[in-house]
Design a protein around this ligand. Structure first.
Ligand SMILES: [Zn+2]
Length: 376
């Protein structure tokens, strides 16, 4: 039996993430979901009764968004650990940073199953953290940006099927949430909001891009700091959400916008994301939070574990417990920063704030989005 969501938030995880890797040289060589799960346990924040194992999505569930030929190709790649030239060309498997790896079908199908379960469980209300989800670049018929399936789309489809008519998708990842925005192009029931680094792959999500009317995009300059992030949140994003009066909010909480991430050049501390989550959580009776990008295992694990504390109203202590410190010290990170990690990656969960001036381009971006109302 599933836990009662009216009582407290639920965490959806799975052991498949623990040893699964995209390959030693890939940015997703690092453990993220298992680090988050282990940290939460080591901080003493996990009631086993609130932990649910993510099931693998069934083919029928995946077919709501994905093409049958593409699903068959992913299964073939998993079974043979290879990819034909035809499949590579058509489905981008084994191309563009989307490697063939041991769990190439089962792992994304588990992320999809977990997120779909999260949305089904919250039909009547409630809060779920599912850090294995957040693969926002996945396309109906091809892999894109390390994403094979698109679990946010599949989850939101569950909410639509349940009859919800006002859903907000908020994407905090450093990269534009292109796959989700495109899936709900012209869909008046889903407002997609993405804040991401300007000029970075996939190079979509310009400030003027409305995707038929129901998308709002916040491309931010390199070095975006906590003050700038908070400015956009309070001057534009929260007012937009309030005007839409959502019944449900889906937060893609990718951690690659944090200062120490190797794949982006933004300058946030995890305080920025935690503050946004706390604000958003008060604005809808249904909330699902996922992971997403995040290629530094220390900063990603600490950020996502902190999401769970925020959702549960647990104050984050200034120091990690000895057990949590041991989880962090056991991590290996094959990058320059990983050879000599700063001490606070082990001994704290909360980063030092990274405040700064709010640049004119940030103010203009907020003003641009408040000029016209949602219904205009
Ligand atoms: Zn990303």
């Amino acid at each position: 039996m599933l836990p009662d969501l009216r009582r407290a938030p639920v965490y959806i995880g799975n052991e498949i993430y623990r040893h699964s890797t995209y390959g030693a040289k890939h940015p997703l060589a690092v453990p993220r979901v298992s680090t988050c799960t282990d940290l939460i346990g080591a901080m003493g924040w996990m009631d086993p009764a609130r932990f649910v194992v993510a099931p693998m999505a069934t083919d029928a569930q995946l077919l709501r968004f994905h093409h049958p030929d593409y699903l068959a190709a992913l299964k073939r790649a998993e079974a043979t650990q290879s990819v034909s030239e035809a499949d590579r060309a058509r489905f981008r498997i084994g191309a563009d940073g989307n490697p063939v790896y041991a769990e190439i079908f089962r792992r994304p199908a588990t992320s999809a199953g977990g997120v779909m379960l999260a949305c089904r469980m919250t039909r009547e209300g409630g809060v779920v953290h599912c850090p294995g989800g957040g693969t926002h670049h996945g396309r109906p018929d091809r892999a894109s940006g390390f994403c094979y399936l698109n679990d946010p789309v599949l989850g939101i489809l569950e909410w639509l099927e349940a009859g919800l008519t006002r859903i907000v998708y908020l994407d905090l990842d450093a990269h534009h949430g292109d796959g989700v925005q495109d899936a709900f192009h012209d869909e008046p029931r889903v407002l997609t909001i993405s804040i991401h680094e300007a000029g970075r792959w996939p190079h979509t999500g310009l400030a003027e891009d409305r995707a038929g009317g129901m998308a709002r995009n916040f491309p931010v300059p390199q070095g975006c700091n906590d003050s700038e992030f908070r400015w956009l949140l309070h001057e534009a994003i929260l007012p937009l959400i309030d005007a839409f009066a959502p019944e449900a909010i889906f937060v893609q909480g990718g951690a690659d916008a944090l200062e120490e991430d190797p794949l982006a050049r933004l300058g946030l501390s995890n305080n920025a994301h935690w503050h946004a989550l706390a604000e958003v959580a008060r604005r809808a009776p249904r909330l699902v939070v996922t992971g997403g990008g995040g290629y530094n295992p220390y900063t990603t694990g600490r950020c996502w574990a902190g999401y769970w504390a925020v959702l549960n109203g647990i104050p984050i202590p200034p120091r990690t417990t000895p057990k949590a410190e041991a989880v962090l010290r056991a991590l290996r990170y094959n990058r320059a920063a990983g050879r000599n990690p700063p001490e606070h990656w082990f001994t704290t969960l909360r980063d030092a704030p990274r405040e700064g001036i709010v640049r004119d381009e940030i103010r203009r971006l907020a003003a641009l989005h408040m000029k016209e109302s949602l219904t205009a």
